[in-house]
Design a protein around this ligand. Structure first.
Ligand code: NIG
Ligand code: FE
Length: 408
């Protein structure tokens, strides 16, 4: 039988354990094990502690050279990496002064990607997801949520969700699928309500039957679905046992109230949230997700992350990687930059891309390193964890392990 593997020594090992899910965090609270080690067996963490204490005849040593900092593999809890085509033209228009909504009305925006995604085969979409996932894996992301939402018909949403499933079997990164059939009112339907009825009655049962997703999302916004219009969709999703997540308060408020009313696992975006919405979220079990990549892509305000944390909310930070509002797709760079604008501690930033992000996907087996969690971890070539956010995404991991095996 294979012996458990002892990996290390790590100059600093950050297990991200013992920290609360909600509220502000300072760096004095961050547990740091100096000269730590991890014992891994069958894809999971068996033991964590001082490297020297973990040595024994029972383990096989996988030695690491030089100075290094180890953290749980990062979790990106909100992306749209299943798509075809580019929206570079939108980006140029936007930088020439046109707004996101004006561009959408002029034929750009989400509908442009829907048109291009509908032309792609399931195989092509799957290949695109694998390609983007591998890039994320190199940056230390070991779990990534992927939404549909560029199909906007029963068949096309199914094509996307099946492509995500297919991609999941072809990459070592874990993909967590979400149905975003309510991304906007499809232009080939006169009426949003009739479209949603078809989604509820035809698409949701197939998703369940084929086990294509257990999460349902909607873009709650005047330009997509209003808080009132979206209710039957979330009502049905809830009745069928789906977890709910919401694109909320991106340009106007209303979505966070819907999220809290439906007991959503997360409310994402929140750039337009005011004190009222911040309080509402902080008092709920809904995790607030900041998407700094969308602020950088659109050139607009950041999610009020500082206020959310100070009010007692839980904050996940995700890339929103998509061809329109967030083409960059570099979670660590974006989370670090959000930290500078919102005055977040390193512990808040790192929690937002590890255990708090895992909680936004209702995954309790990752985002921290303790006996029983998945052996997903990332190693950076430095002796001080502060260097990681300081380099704003330019310091790349020297090693990434997924399910107890080295990726590199
Ligand atoms: O999260 N806000 C809605 N949906 C995406 C944008 C998708 C797109 O522009 O293609 C977002 O930013
Ligand atoms: Fe999004």
């Amino acid at each position: 039988m294979d012996k458990p593997i002892l990996i290390g020594p790590f100059t600093q090992l950050l297990p991200m354990t013992g920290l609360p899910l909600k509220g502000a965090l300072n760096d004095g609270q961050l547990p740091v094990i100096q000269n730590g080690g991890l014992v891994v067996s069958k894809g999971k963490i068996l033991k964590i502690g001082l490297f020297e204490d973990l040595r024994s005849n029972e383990v096989q040593i996988h030695p690491l050279e030089g100075k290094n900092v180890c953290l749980p593999g990062f979790v990106d809890s909100h992306t749209h990496i299943c798509f075809a085509g580019s929206r570079a033209r939108d980006y140029a228009y936007r930088n020439a002064g046109k707004t996101y909504l004006e561009i959408a009305k002029a034929g750009g925006g989400i509908w442009d990607t829907v048109t291009q995604t509908r032309k792609a085969s399931q195989k092509e979409l799957g290949e695109g997801i694998v390609y983007r996932s591998e890039k994320h894996l190199k940056n230390g992301i070991t779990t990534i949520e992927v939404k549909s939402g560029y199909g906007l018909s029963v068949d096309e949403e199914l094509k996307m969700l099946r492509a995500i499933k297919q991609a999941n079997s072809k990459t070592k990164i874990d993909l967590v699928p979400t149905c975003l059939a309510a991304h906007m009112k499809p232009k080939d339907w006169n009426q949003g309500e009739a479209y949603l009825n078809v989604i509820i009655n035809e698409l949701f049962p197939i998703i369940k039957k084929e086990n294509l997703a257990n999460r349902v999302d909607a873009f709650v916004e005047e330009s997509a679905f209003s808080a009132e219009e979206i209710k039957p969709y979330f009502q049905k999703a809830k009745e069928m046992g789906f977890d709910i997540t919401v694109h909320a308060d991106q340009f106007t408020t209303g979505g966070s109230q819907v999220a809290v009313d439906f007991g959503a696992v997360s409310a994402d975006h929140l750039e337009a949230s005011t004190e009222k919405e911040i309080r509402l979220l902080a008092q709920s079990n809904t995790i607030a997700t900041a998407l700094p990549g969308a602020s950088l892509g659109l050139g607009c305000a950041y999610t009020p992350a500082r206020k959310i944390l100070d009010a007692g909310g839980a904050l996940s930070i995700a890339s929103d990687h998509n061809p329109g509002s967030a083409p960059m797709g570099d979670l660590l760079a974006q989370a670090s930059i959000l930290g500078t604008f919102e005055k977040l501690s390193n512990t808040e930033v790192l929690s937002g891309i590890t255990f708090r992000a895992a909680a936004a996907l209702r995954l309790s087996d990752r985002g921290k390193l303790e006996p029983g969690t998945r052996a997903d971890f990332v190693v950076f070539p430095t002796e001080n964890y502060q260097e990681i956010t300081y380099h704003q995404g330019q310091m790349k991991p020297s090693h990434v392990w997924k399910n107890g095996a080295p990726i590199f």
